[in-house]
Design a protein around this ligand. Structure first.
Ligand SMILES: [Zn+2]
Length: 77
């Protein structure tokens, strides 16, 4: 099975629809703290760009599934 075929069920915070998305449709942003670590996706039901905090388990699951990650670095000044 291709890693990108892994699917996740998530709730959209905009329309409250439960949607199923493949790993390739998520983006994961890894910040330096939990508060700055989140995943995002575009809701297929309402089209909203949804961003949610990602706990350790979610991060691990998304990384395992091959979700694109970006590491956030703090910009000084
Ligand atoms: Zn939605």
């Amino acid at each position: 099975m291709e890693p990108s075929q892994t699917r996740f069920k998530v709730y959209c915070s905009q329309c409250r629809e439960k949607v199923e998305l493949s790993a390739s449709e998520f983006r994961l942003a890894l910040g330096r703290t939990k508060e700055r670590t989140f995943y995002s996706f575009t809701c297929p039901a309402c089209g909203a760009a949804v961003r949610k905090p990602a706990g350790e388990k979610i991060v691990a699951a998304l990384v395992d599934a091959g979700v694109s990650t970006m590491r956030l670095v703090q910009v000084e000044g």
